[in-house]
Design a protein around this ligand. Sequence first.
Ligand code: SF4
Length: 441
Amino acid sequence: MTQAPKIGLVSLGCPKALVDSERILTTLRAQGYSFSRDYEGADMVIVNTCGFLDSAKAESLEAIGEALNENGRVIVTGCLGVEESLIRETHPSVLAVTGPHQYEAVVEAVHSHLPPVPNKFVDLVPEQGLRLTPRHYAYLKISEGCNNRCSFCIIPQIRGDLASRPAASVLYEAERLVKNGVKEILVISQDTSAYGVDLKYATSPYHGRQVSARFVDLARELGELDAWIRLHYVYPYPHVDAVIPLMAEGKVLPYLDIPFQHASPQVLKSMRRPANQVKTLDRIKAWRDICPDLTIRSNFIVGFPGETEEDFEFLLDWIEEAEIDRAGCFEYEPVTGAPANDIGNEVPAEVKRERFERLMEVAQDVSVAQLAKKVGRTIEVLVDDVRPEENRAIARSKWDAPEIDGTVIIDDAAGIKVGDKLDVTVTASDEYDLFAVPATR
Ligand code: SF4
C-alpha cells in the first residue's frame, strides 16, 4: 500500500484561525493525507498565521522560519498571507502563500507540491470532521468578516465585511457536532450579535421549518440541542436583551463574552467601537435582574492614544460597578495600517504598564468577590482533564470558557473521566478558580 503523504500544521492566532485550521485538515484528510505531530515526520508543513498585531506578525514570521529550518517545505496561509511580499522577503524559500479563508487555495498548493495518493483506507473523514479542540467541546463559526471599523483594528481590511452563514447551515453543523459527542459549543465570529444583518435575516429550511438568520433565533435554536451553548464576541446592542431570558431558562449558558475594550466615552469614540452610545451599565444591570447568574467576560485595552488618567480611572470604576467577572487586558500596541496610528498623543510605555497592572488588580478583586458568592452552591461542570495520581479532575462551570477563564478543581475525583458532565458542590474559591467535590459523595 502506498504511504499517505504526511502534513504538519502549525496553527497560530485566535479561535477563528483554529477553525480555519480544522477545515484545512478536514479537507486534506478527506483527500487521503495523513498528519504528523512533528516536523521530522512531515512531508510538508502548513503554517496558519496571525497578522492582527505587529507582535503576532513577528511570531508568525518566526514560526515560518522554524518550520523552514526544521522541515524545509512550507506553505503559508492565514491572516498574514495578505502580506505575501513581507513573507517572501523574509523567507524566500516558502513554497506558496495564501490568505485567510482560502481553503481551496491552500489545498491546491498542497496538491501541486505534494500530490494526494488516493487510498480508500485513509480517505474516510470522521463524520464530525477533524477538530483540534478536545472531543467534548468545539468552536462553531457563524460568520466571517466584520462591518465595524474600530480604529485600532485591521480585521475588516483582511477578512472583509460581515458574511453570515445561513442559519440552517450553522444549525446542521451544530447538530452534527453534538451527535459526535460534543458537549459544549462555543459560538464565534468577529461580531456575533451582528449575525445575519448582511443576509437581511433571511430564512433557510431546517428540518422542514424556516429559521431566520437572526442572532436571537439562532441562539434559541441552538439552545434546543443537548449541549452547552456559549456566546463569544457579543456587543451590547439592544437586541441582545432578548437572549438573556434564554440564559435564565437554561437554554444558553449565562455567559457573555463582550470585548468592551474601554468604558470612557471619549476613548470609545476615538476607538470607533460599536454600540459605544448605549447606556451599557444600565443594560448590564437589567440583564442581571433577569438572569442573576450571568457572567460577563471582557477584554480591555489600556494606553490607547489620548487615554487620560481620568479616562482610565473611569474605566476602573466602571469595571467595579459592572462587576466584570472575567477581565483580560492588553497594553495598546499600534497595528500597521490601522487608523488609530494617526491619532497621535501616545501614552508612554511606563504609563501603559502601570495602568495594565492597576487594571488587573481591580479585575482580580472583582473576580475574587464574584467567585466567593459561588461557594456552597451545587453546580454542573464539564471535565477537561483528570489527574488520577492526585485524585483530582479539572473542570469548567458554565461561567468558564476553555483556555481563557478559570477552572473548577475537583477533589475526590475517582472514576471521573474527561468529557463527563457532573454536579459538584463548591467548597472554596480563590482569585480565578473554584474548588469543589462531587455532589453525590
Ligand atoms: S468589531 Fe472592531 S475590533 Fe472586532 S473585528 Fe470588527 S473592527 Fe475589528
